[in-house]
Write a protein that binds this ligand. Structure first.
Ligand SMILES: Cc1ncc(COP(=O)(O)O)c(C=O)c1O
Length: 402
């Protein structure tokens, strides 16, 4: 692993001040549509994250599933030297563009992929004991030491959106404490991994650490590391980073384990925008829709999945008497719209609509989320033969991002 240079001394009380959300971009210079990241805001997130890592003695790595814009990794590498991967393609991207082996976890590993997973990973976490046992021999016989871990399900999460809750009843993600005790912890396992937070504060982490200690603490003396997953939104305004540092330090000391955090959103939080244009205005039964040159389903899928209403520069929630519009995407999905926003002036074709905070969980979802392989495309011909028309590989994943 590359050793990073020491940053300037950490002063907890100055951390909040590190992050001013100042929009200095001249959007008129950018042709639409475009995701644009602001280097200054990005660096201020990175500085904060690096400081938390240094002072708490924690390894903080980037979860590619949330942000994998490798065109800016030369900047990222000044602060952070690791990443977590969810697929062979993400692991390879980590190796090529971060210059480190990945901490890899996937709900399932395919046999055809496992050699690449080993090649590009330093840590490999398994979602079930069956998956661990399937690959344990090949992993322990590998030419280089790889640290095996298990994903646990602490059955406790405060996430209220079920689509993001890995502990919802019947969840396929991770092994419960009961299951692990009943089936037995394999001797070779060196670490545990959990991910149960979503845009959370340090107080939510504190609660989950208590639960993990209670349910899985009995295994700690046999282990080396614990990965606390993502969802730590330490770069959000008002996040109590002093408290985070305190609980991380306490947990590290009491558990005797090395701590790893793998946030995604926190790295790119509020670092950039999606620049779009109004192309047309249509009206139906008194509802006016500005049709854009971007799509909610194709370019901002979380808005529809979660759902959440993004912020737009110069727009507010509807105010009676002000020009008010729905914004419609340029795809043909009927539901590819969101509403409503009020503006100071009527909208016209050619006007700019700038969506705020559109860097994390946007670009990654417009491509191959988690680096999962796109299914191949083929045809079953009339003479009963399969003809493969296109197969997707690492280059397709990598080259669509940056
Ligand atoms: C296993 C795992 N680690 C890390 C993350 C990153 O979470 P976030 O971007 O909310 O910090 C996720 C997000 O889904 C995840 O599933």
């Amino acid at each position: 692993m590359t050793v990073l240079p020491t940053l300037k001394a950490f002063r907890p009380q100055s951390l909040q001040a590190i992050k001013p959300l100042v929009l200095k971009i001249d959007y008129s210079q950018i042709s639409s549509p475009c995701y644009v990241i602001d280097e200054e805001r990005f660096r201020s997130n990175l500085l904060l994250i690096r400081n938390v890592a240094d002072v708490s003695g924690t390894e903080i790595i980037l979860a590619f599933k949330g942000f994998a814009m490798w065109g800016v990794f030369p900047i990222l590498r000044e602060y952070i030297n690791g990443a977590s991967a969810s697929s062979p393609d993400e692991a390879r991207l980590c190796f090529e563009e971060i210059g480190a082996l990945a901490h890899t976890y996937s709900p399932v590993y395919k046999e055809a992929d496992f050699e690449s997973i080993l090649k590009y990973s330093s840590h490999v976490t398994f979602n079930s004991l069956a998956q661990y046992h399937k690959y344990s021999t090949v992993l322990s016989n590998y030419q280089r030491k790889i640290s095996p871990g298990l994903r646990i399900n602490p059955e406790f999460s405060e996430i209220d959106h079920d689509i993001y809750n890995p502990c919802s009843p019947g969840s396929r993600l991770g092994i419960t404490a009961d299951d692990l005790i009943r089936k037995g912890m394999p001797e070779e396992i060196e670490g545990l991994h959990f991910h149960v937070l979503f845009e959370s504060d340090s107080y939510a982490l504190e609660k989950i650490l208590e639960v993990v200690q209670l349910k899985f603490g009995k295994f700690f003396h046999r282990l080396e590391w614990i990965n606390l997953g993502g969802g730590h939104l330490m770069t959000r305004k008002g996040y109590n980073t002093d408290h985070l540092v305190k609980i991380l330090t306490r947990f590290r000391e009491s558990s005797g384990l090395s701590l790893i955090l793998e946030p995604g959103s926190a790295f790119a939080w509020e670092t950039g925008e999606l620049v779009s244009n109004v192309e047309d205005i249509v009206e139906n039964k008194g509802i006016r829709t500005a049709i854009l040159d971007v799509s909610f389903t194709a370019h901002m899928p979380d808005c529809l999945e979660m759902p959440y209403k993004p912020k737009i520069i110069g727009a507010t929630d509807p105010i009676p008497g002000k020009p008010t519009y729905r914004l419609g995407g340029n795809s043909c999905l009927s539901g590819d719209f969101m509403g409503d926003w009020s503006f100071d002036n009527e909208l016209n074709p050619g006007d700019r609509i700038i969506f705020l905070d559109m860097i994390h969980y946007t670009m990654v979802k417009t491509t191959t989320f988690n680096g999962v392989h796109h299914p191949s495309i083929g045809i079953w011909t009339r003479d009963n033969k399969f003809r493969l028309i296109k197969e997707f590989g690492y280059d397709d994943y990598k080259n669509r991002l940056s």
